[in-house]
Design a binder for this molecule. Structure first.
Ligand code: HEC
Length: 198
């Protein structure tokens, strides 16, 4: 065998082996994962909210992975009744697991804080419901309107006088804010069968 053929074979084997180990085997493994009972694909609004979550970089401060019991204090902190499982992410294309925890883990936020009023006020101005919070405010997901111009279908955000706009103006959630709320409410960890890693 010539030296060139040997080099070619060696390079080919290296590429083929890494492709098998890093792409083929993981994709085979992932294709057999069943969705966790109770999870379903996103609705239009939830999907839109997920896109807002990605666009606004919520992942840079929030993880979506509760560690199983015995691996850190996640469950003791009240972040979820069980550890996250692969089946929880079946409908997530580009999952939002995250690695940073400047804020709490959000994988079970839908159970922990289901109040729409609270969530919208928190997005408009985190300090209004969580004094001293370092989370950024997202006022551009809301509109300030004269109360008389608010249509019945619109959702106003209840705010204390310190944070409410002056006069007869009110804060109204945009479609993006409502969608983000819908998405956050999909993040729930039901305590399903506890026999394995939960
Ligand atoms: C710079 C870091 C940072 C970013 C970016 C950020 N957050 Fe937060 N978040 C925090 C911190 C810190 C807290 C805890 C204090 C509080 O409740 O505001 C928090 C709290 C929360 C809570 C309440 C959690 C609980 O357990 O009560 C929710 C819900 C939340 N954030 C959603 C979001 C969403 C949605 C986005 C993106 C639009 C986002 N956060 C972006 C830092 C961040």
């Amino acid at each position: 065998m010539t030296r060139a053929a040997l080099i070619f074979l060696g390079a080919f084997a290296a590429v083929a082996m890494s492709f098998t180990a890093l792409a083929l085997l993981p994709s085979l493994q992932l294709s057999t994962i069943e969705p966790t009972p109770g999870t379903s694909d996103y609705t239009y609004s939830e999907q839109l909210g997920r896109e807002v979550y990605i666009r606004e970089g919520c992942m840079y401060c929030h993880s979506q992975q509760v560690r199983p019991e015995g691996f850190g204090a996640d469950q003791a902190r009240g972040w979820g009744p069980r550890g996250s499982r692969p089946g929880d992410y079946v409908y997530d294309e580009t999952h939002q697991l995250g690695t940073m925890r400047t804020g709490p883990d959000l994988h079970d936020i839908g159970s922990r804080q289901p109040s729409r009023d609270w969530q919208l006020a928190h997005l408009y101005q985190p300090r209004s419901v969580s004094p001293g919070s370092v989370m950024p405010a997202y006022p551009y997901l809301f509109e300030v309107k004269r109360e008389s111009n608010v249509r019945p279908s619109e959702v106003t955000v209840p705010l204390s006088s310190e944070y409410a706009p002056p006069g007869d103006s009110v804060v109204v959630a945009t479609q993006e804010a409502l969608a983000l709320y819908d998405y956050l409410m999909t993040l729930t960890l039901d305590p399903i069968d506890q026999n394995s890693d939960g």
